[in-house]
Design a protein around this ligand. Sequence first.
Ligand code: TXD
Length: 309
Amino acid sequence: MARPKVTVVGAGNVGATAAQYIVERELADVVVTDVVDGLPQGKALDLLEAGPVHGYDCRLVGANDYEPTAGSDVLVVTAGLARKPGMSRDDLLQKNAEIVGGVVTELVRRSPEAILIVVTNPLDAMAQLAYRRSGFPRHRVLGMAGVLDSARFRTFIARELDVSVENVSAFVLGGHGDTMVPLPRYSTVAGIPITELLPKARIDALVQRTANGGAEIVNLLRTGSAYYAPAASVVEMVEAILKDKRKILPCAAYLEGEYGIKGLFVGVPVKLGRRGIEEILQITLTAEESAALQRSAAAVKELTDKLGV
Ligand code: TXD
């Protein structure tokens, strides 16, 4: 049986690191594309040459055109500009919309059955643009944000309690970043809600740090933004799809009435498998949580309205 094929558009920090994690786990052959001449070719060849040392046989190809992407099972879009210090996600909106729109048109023409994962910021709006542009059914278009936000939240919870990250699961809803809605009562350590283990003030501080997680890294790096944890998060989604794991992960998905939201990409728990979104899980929210989710959706809608998507 042929190895699955994943295309990663954008050979920058997130794209190249995602390609690395995919081949290190032997999940798929990878095509990396970018507009910069030589960049995707160089990184793909370099990663291919790490194969003998790591022991992977996956093929890697870099290209500036889309022909090699044909017949991909999963398409990951990281192309765009990264956030610079002091630059809001919204500043990126118009520029990245042009890039993502163009990329998606090229990709879907050659891989009409693929599952599309959008990474480019502002995430939820770019996912919506990609969904409209692709013409794909909604179960085949996802945005990556919640896995990253919850990985950050899990990290901070584990450090706070000095327990293994493997014991910690976290639940986040809503848009990426500032309007993210973490749900502490569904965030657990070995099954115990963190509300039983930490005082409210500490939980609030961890939530705040999580919502600010992207900016915290940007401020440290000064040039560029986070990519190890984002790439790892993308690859968890890719793996869930290719291995048909039916893993419940928080992803940006197009809602058609779920959580009282219609016609918008918002982060919700989804069951991810070979068809893409197998199911959107709905849980009962408190009035406060529900209000926070509606605020988050309104922030996404502001951007999608600006883009007219
Ligand atoms: O949680 C999340 N969703 C995110 C999102 C977490 C981290 C990064 N997030 C966003 O992903 C970030 O704000 C950016 O919008 C993207 C990519 O971040 P990355 O850190 O990888 O940016 P780089 O290193 O600048 O890489 C972007 C690459 C770069 O090599 C460009 O030349 C390329 O994208 N690029 C293109 N490739 C193909 N086609 C076109 N049109 C194109 N334009 C730029």
